[in-house]
Design a protein around this ligand. Structure first.
Ligand SMILES: NC(=O)c1ccc[n+]([C@@H]2O[C@H](COP(=O)([O-])OP(=O)(O)OC[C@H]3O[C@@H](n4cnc5c(N)ncnc54)[C@H](O)[C@@H]3O)[C@@H](O)[C@H]2O)c1
Length: 247
């Protein structure tokens, strides 16, 4: 086992699926202890089955404003102060702007933006006290280019970039870095549902590299941003988009 993250305690949201699961696997195989959180009960069995020991799965709805503080308190009590937080829980509810119903707008903002803030705030309190931490928030290419049917999603993800900048500025003096990662379409359940069929083929043709991303490619960047080596990288939004947003 590569021990690059040995000694790290990594809290990962959305850990039952897609990018979150891939990130959990990445850290587990490199020696970190993983606390995976997800709305889906599957996380409770998936996390202990990761390589290595003492991983924990917590099933919670992160839109509950009390959830974050309870998860961090449980982490500190059972494993120790988290050194890494990855906010990957998210939804993609796509509608033409003219048709977005209030409940789908609210769910998108609650899950993608508010839950990310609650988790960053709760983990940030523990990390600031320890004077070390790495926080990585999943944004999206949809935060930086206009995509049809992405009004709610784009608003939630662009806000993540603004939030990331503010947290990075306030927390950098205490050794806590905060960055955003913005993938193009990633082949996960969320990505495949949003970009199926002909629409997906057209989207792929607009990516200079000529394909969608794999979850492991996002996890590997997050692994670097979460390492001690990345101490000088904070407040940034790193695009993993095969060139999509530069054309
Ligand atoms: N897949 C893509 O194409 C893509 C592209 C850019 C950004 N992203 C972002 O990456 C992140 C991960 O996406 P993914 O493709 O792995 O999606 P996914 O659907 O595979 O996984 C998301 C996970 O979040 C969990 N979740 C949803 N609501 C929750 C809640 N209220 N509380 C706790 N957990 C909740 C789901 O149960 C699921 O396990 C998301 O923030 C997404 O917006 C994805």
């Amino acid at each position: 086992m590569n021990q690059k993250h040995s000694g790290d305690i990594a809290v990962i949201t959305g850990a039952a699926s897609g990018i979150g699961y891939s990130v959990a696997h990445h850290f587990a195989t490199r020696g970190a202890r993983v606390i995976g959180v997800d709305l889906s009960d599957r996380v409770v069995e998936l996390m202990p089955a990761l390589p290595g020991d003492s991983h924990l799965g917590i099933a919670r709805d992160l839109t509950d404003p009390d959830a974050a503080a309870e998860i961090i308190s449980q982490t500190v009590g059972s494993v120790g102060t988290p050194t890494i937080l990855v906010n990957s829980a998210g939804v993609a509810l796509l509608d033409s702007a003219i048709d977005v119903p209030p409940n789908r707008w609210r769910t998108t903002i609650d899950v993608n933006l508010s839950a990310t803030f609650y988790m960053a705030q709760a983990a940030g309190r523990a990390m600031l006290a320890a004077r070390y931490g790495r926080i990585i928030n999943l944004a999206s290419q949809a935060a930086v280019i206009g995509l049809d049917q992405h009004a709610a999603y784009a608003a939630s993800k662009a806000a993540i970039i603004g939030l990331t900048r503010v947290l990075s500025k306030e927390w950098a003096p205490s050794g806590v870095t905060v960055n955003a990662v913005s993938p193009t379409v990633v082949e996960t359940p969320l990505g495949k549902a949003a970009w199926a069929g002909e629409k997906g083929e057209r989207a792929k043709a607009e990516i200079p590299v000529g394909r969608f991303a794999q979850p492991e490619e996002i996890a590997s960047l997050i692994g670097y941003l979460a390492s001690e080596d990345a101490a000088m990288i904070t407040g940034t939004n790193v695009l993993v988009d095969g060139g999509r947003t530069s054309v």
